[in-house]
Ligand binder design. Sequence first.
Ligand code: GDP
Length: 425
Amino acid sequence: MVKAIVGANWGDEGKGKITDMLAREADIIVRFQGGSNAGHTIINEYGKFALHLLPSGVFYKHTTNVIGNGVALNIPYLMKEIQSLAERGVPMPKIKISDRTQILMPYHILFDQYEEERLGGKSFGSTKAGIAPFYSDKYAKIGFQVSELFDTEGLKNKIAGICEMKNVILEHLYHKPAINPDELFHTLMEYRSMVEPYLCDVSALLQDAIKEGRNILFEGQLGSLKDPDFGIYPMVTSSSTLAAYSAIGAGIPPYEIKNIVAVVKAYSSAVGAGEFVTEIFGDEADELRKRGGDAGEFGATTGRPRRMGWFDAVASRYGCRMQGATEAALTVLDVLGYLDAIPVCVGYEIDGVVSKNFPVTVKLKKAKPVYEYLPGWKQDIRGIKSYNDLPKDCRNYIEFIEKELQVPITLVSNGPGRDEIIRRN
Ligand code: GDP
């Protein structure tokens, strides 16, 4: 059975925790898009980890962890991440990397920095991990597949051609040092020896696993609203964050994805710039951020303070719909226990008209939230294990959100730990 776990919001919904938890029942965990530009926070018996490139199944001995062809593969970064697990006593996980994955080159990171510098205040708030330059090159057909590392003659020629072009931009647009083709070749040869032990034909591996009836878990990064097509363009990421893309980013038939779990946060948060209709500011935001602790304060990768807001049913329903969610996991509900009344955005007012549909970015800029206020439960719900033991007003909040999402909420997360989860049937 193939299952995907994806974000319905702006990212940081707590997908890492849900994936880590569901990975217990999985044979294979797969990353299919993005790179080291976002992270998953996982808390388990080994401690607290922020994973950026490794799939969230790496803590289990029985799982195979796969990096699909859709990922932006920063090879030295991945090696460091593997090493950091070993240093903290985690047994060496089984890792497979698609031989069709493209390499995030050292110059992608530089170009990302230089472009942010050039744009100054008008920048996209990039994480400077090289992700946008990487995907630009991939689709401009000047990227490097890991398989190309094994054709040294072809590689040398390709490097020469690409340096010629990149160096013009470096010199004349950014006024920065040129790339030396010999040094780049040498770096890539180092990358080759690092990555070689992990390479395989991932789509063949996965399609065989499907035939054998294995449980495969696809793990998305960020969320629906950061998708380049369906998100808040241009303040989006550079690869698709949707479950549908897992078929392409790892090489399986789309109809094999039977179950799509959209992770939905019980309030809103976002890292980086972009439209955010229910954003709150000042003391109200500081309080929620503080209560959110790790879940509220800083992005797992960027360390940037998160922007905070109330639950946005318009954006979350759209987020679930674009994911094709068959079920939803509601996370960080425990954080809201301090509020007397909890605002929930049930509509957007745009030019005097209230709508429940999530619009294109130019209209979104004008949207004002229409709130309904639900009674708070004024209680710490951490430690509660069964749904019926939750306070009535808390269940009411969950069921209200479920109705708005139009997707069954099957999991409720009431704390950051692996076991802090309530299953609902
Ligand atoms: P991801 O990118 O979607 O995996 O999200 P992150 O892991 O970056 O951010 C989620 C943060 O919330 C992490 O610090 C988690 O430990 C924390 N977290 C996840 N679920 C819960 C929850 O139910 N309650 C609380 N308090 N924190 C949670």
